[in-house]
Design a protein around this ligand. Sequence first.
Ligand code: SAJ
Length: 448
Amino acid sequence: MSPQEVAKQRSLERRTINNNRVGLDTVAIVGLGYVGLPLAILATEKGRRVVGFDIDEVKIAQLEKREANFLSDDEARSFREAKDFTITSDEKALDSATAFIICVPTPVHEDHEPDLAPVESASAIVGRHLKKGDLVVVESTVNPGVCEKVSLPILEKMSGLTREDFYFAHCPERINPGDARWNVRSIPRVIGGRNLASLEKAVTLYRDLIDAEIVPMRSIKEAEAVKMVENSFRDINIAFVNELAMAFDKADIDIVNVLEGASTKPFAFMPHMPGCGVGGHCIPVDPYYLIRYGAENGFEHKFLATARRINERMPAYTVKLLEDALQNKGRSIQGSTVALLGLAYKKDVPDLRESPALVIEKILKERGASVRAYDPYALRMGGFLSLEDTLSGCDAAIIATDHTLFRALGPKNFSSAAVDIVIDGRNCLDKNAFADSGITYRGIGRRV
Ligand code: SAJ
């Protein structure tokens, strides 16, 4: 950006530009999942006419009943009451929109290579309905450069317009599923624009939608990098405490007590918790994007790759803890019956994407155990419907997700089902309660 543009941008940071609100009254949200649906509902609350589009007709049929099991109570109520909210998989409905927000997932392939197909197809869909003067914002988490190298050319090709004819920006989503405090309305956001005009247009829209700080970045690439850094920061810090947990366990040092101690330092320490693995479609995925991006630029991200390997091995480490405990009792995994408590990738959400619990289940079955899985947020067809049913007749239990229901469990809950080994994969139980209980308690980096 030229010094004049930087100066102009600085002025942008100091003032809101209401005059740009005009022409952005009909907002289309493309992708109605964890990111897109809460944003669409918020836009309706802010008086926008909203077109919610998703290619998944089954999801659309469900949403037409104004139901979605991942919304907060407030969002669910707003969703039921929302006026001027078209929910469709019919592309034609996008013709009326003047602003398009792309909120599709960015997974990786089996080989951990980035899978940009959803972003490409969403860009093509928007491109077919793009008009002069419209705004397109990509919220999907992508590598630096993807918005301008992948999405923008597709928008131009499908619309027959050039990038000078419309506005283009990136505002990476920061949705934190299951978080009661931080949500789409309250999480500050960063935005990068293809040029200053695009930045102004996008900042104006988001300052109107979001009740939190909207921070302009100097480029789309910087905004893309911000999100990659945030999520990779989390993954490496989790890997650090997971490695510490495994090391300290051999020295009989309780990692949870140590982290609580370190958290008393009022500066320069952010606690992360060890556990049986890192799930969800963000934290275990985004570092691979950055690793790929580094390679494209001739740089090898050894640190990120190492952190990924450590976190990916935590499910197997958790099963190893069970194996050791069984062996200490002269038993083996082969032929044992194990209760797997929790399938979701994190606490109090119904989301199983990349969940470590599913990896633990797979390993247990490969090792010849029969697994009785139970998750109150993700009940399986024909599966166990209660904790008691799940535990009865089991040799051991593994807690893979620290749902509130499981956090309250104590030795009695297990002894009443004759379960004498508990592997706490989320260190969420009161370990001291297991002392003298006759039940073997092992956590990740802690034991009785
Ligand atoms: N986990 C640990 N130890 C910790 C924290 C988390 O083992 O100390 C595990 C969790 O159990 C879970 C996984 O990591 O399996 C990820 O959970 P999470 O709560 O850290 O993250 P997500 O995937 O639900 O949401 C993240 C958030 N990113 C960051 O916190 C940096 C959210 O803000 C992003 O918007 C979201 O990814 C996304 O969509 O990118």
